[in-house]
Design a protein around this ligand. Structure first.
Ligand SMILES: Nc1ncnc2c1ncn2[C@@H]1O[C@H](COP(=O)(O)OP(=O)(O)O)[C@@H](O)[C@H]1O
Ligand SMILES: C[C@@](O)(CCOP(=O)(O)OP(=O)(O)O)CC(=O)O
Length: 449
């Protein structure tokens, strides 16, 4: 029997909290999605006493594969990791470096490792791809390498790093379980460090947090936790990393959340693409130049964010306490009734108006196209569709996508197929799914055809 384990982690959409989430004072609402990243780790017995080989295969992307060799003394910190064909994948590389550093692995006693990565269709544009499937899973196979296939913005690198970290942790610490909070924290902390290093910046980390914990109310860690680590190749790194992973309170908030039954998240891909780093840089510059007014604008957005979160909680309470009334409201929304006639719906819509209004001010003043006029029009047009409660530009905003909250049965593709206002929108075939990391059965990935 082959010694193998498999895990999956979800993609994300930051529904409210963009930009503010970079500051640990503010909470954000992060939704985990049904599109998941998968890793299957298999032990490959080896007789090489000097080092171990790790192969990471991403066969969906033109047979992409990275072959690493780790060499060094037994239990040594001075191991050397190299990719044998000079192929680069910084996310895989930093994950491996941190795992080997953290676990102080005895290289002479470890088998070789094979890891297969699979990503669900939602992460990438589906053009020029074919489906391969078995009874349990189906994946799209592309003719190009991973770096050349357009992304949809669900956080592929965060999903990859999180699930790869989990697979490797399970290899070196077989008793881990995704049901144990302590194990999730270990994986989360390791994955945040690797992801930040591979990206070359310390973002808010909401994407790695969602990949680990699922749909959450999120408050970030202090960026200095990672910024102050010594250089990865220094002798002090190992001790500092272990201290940061095991002994440090990161003070993040990751409370489970979810939309009440009857409502769902719909993502519309606009796929012109925006660069988050550039948007963040422009917003920071605007913020610093415009204090204290910029702080007031952030506070107004935060008030909207908190009103949104309260509004969703109120709806969930209503569903619990008066399910008939709640069902009536959903039915009315689905038939095209005015949602503002219900206080609970109105509160959520007003909160989103407050958020959007202020982001439009930042857009105008900073030159960062967070909610540019074409996206405002698209959201406003979407609000006229039957079953749509509200809508935002998720995450950093820009020209990537829109996120709508709609009723479970609202059929947006059929309402918009002949409407030229929606000609640039592809409704993505995914849902909110609150689960974070999950353990899967390795056999479910075999024999894809
Ligand atoms: N399925 C995959 N297999 C291997 N590497 C992947 C996969 N998905 C993402 N990656 C890595 O993540 C990188 C994309 O990261 P990034 O540009 O930050 O996009 P995103 O916003 O989706 O995280 C890829 O170039 C690759 O290094
Ligand atoms: C601006 C931000 O607060 C949100 C960016 O959210 P996106 O979902 O747009 O993120 P990427 O996948 O990294 O492009 C920056 C951050 O939180 O790191």
């Amino acid at each position: 029997m082959v010694n193998a384990r498999a895990f999956s982690a979800p993609g994300k959409a930051l529904l409210v909290g963009g930009y503010l989430v970079l500051d640990p004072r503010y909470s954000s609402y992060v939704v985990a999605l049904s599109s998941r990243m998968h890793a299957i780790v298999t032990e490959v017995k080896s007789s090489d006493p000097e080092g171990i080989k790790i192969t990471v295969r991403s066969s969906q992307f033109n047979g992409d594969e990275w072959n690493y060799e780790v060499k060094g003394e037994k239990g040594s910190q001075n191991f050397k990791l190299s990719e044998m064909n000079d192929k680069k994948n910084p996310f895989v590389e930093k994950t491996l470096l941190n795992i080997f550093t953290y676990f102080q692995i005895s290289l002479s006693e470890t088998s070789n490792i094979m890891i297969d990565i699979y990503s669900d269709a939602g992460y990438h544009s589906q053009a020029n791809s074919v489906v391969k499937k078995n009874y349990h899973k189906e994946f799209r196979y592309h003719t190009k390498s991973i770096t050349e296939v357009p992304k949809t913005g669900l956080g592929s690198s965060a999903g990859l790093v999180t699930v790869l970290t989990t697979a490797l942790v399970s290899f070196f610490k077989p008793n881990i379980s995704v049901a144990k909070v302590a194990d999730l924290n270990l994986i989360h902390n390791l994955a945040q460090v690797s992801h930040c290093q591979a990206q070359g910046k310390v973002g808010s980390g909401f994407d790695v947090a969602a990949a680990t914990f699922g749909s959450i109310l999120y408050r970030r860690f202090d960026p200095d936790l990672i910024n102050k680590l010594p250089p990865i190749n220094s002798t002090e790194y190992q001790g500092s990393l272990v201290n940061l992973i095991d002994e440090t309170d990161w003070k993040i908030t990751a409370e489970p959340i979810g939309l009440p039954k009857g409502l769902r998240l719909v993502m519309g891909d606009v796929s012109s693409g925006s660069e988050t780093t550039k948007l963040v840089a422009k917003v920071k510059e605007w913020f610093n130049k415009n204090t204290p007014r910029s702080e007031e604008i952030y506070d107004a957005i935060n008030e909207g964010n908190l009103r949104f979160i309260d509004g969703i909680n109120e709806l969930s309470k209503l569903l619990e306490q008066s399910p008939d009334k709640y069902e009536g409201m959903i039915q009315s929304l689905e038939k095209g009734g005015d949602p503002k006639s219900y206080e609970c719906f109105k509160n959520i819509m007003d909160a989103v108006d407050q958020i959007r209004e202020n982001f439009r001010i930042i857009t105008l003043e900073s030159g960062a196209d967070i909610e540019p006029p074409v996206q405002s029009k698209l959201i406003d047009d979407s609000l006229k569709l039957r079953g749509v409660l509200t809508g935002v530009v998720p995450g950093a905003g820009g020209y990537d996508a829109i996120s709508l909250i709609a009723t479970e049965h609202a059929n947006l593709p059929s309402q918009t197929e002949k409407d030229s206002n929606f000609k640039n929108v592809t409704w993505l075939n995914l849902r909110q799914e609150n689960t974070g990391l999950a353990e899967e059965l390795p056999s479910h990935y075999y024999n894809l055809e």
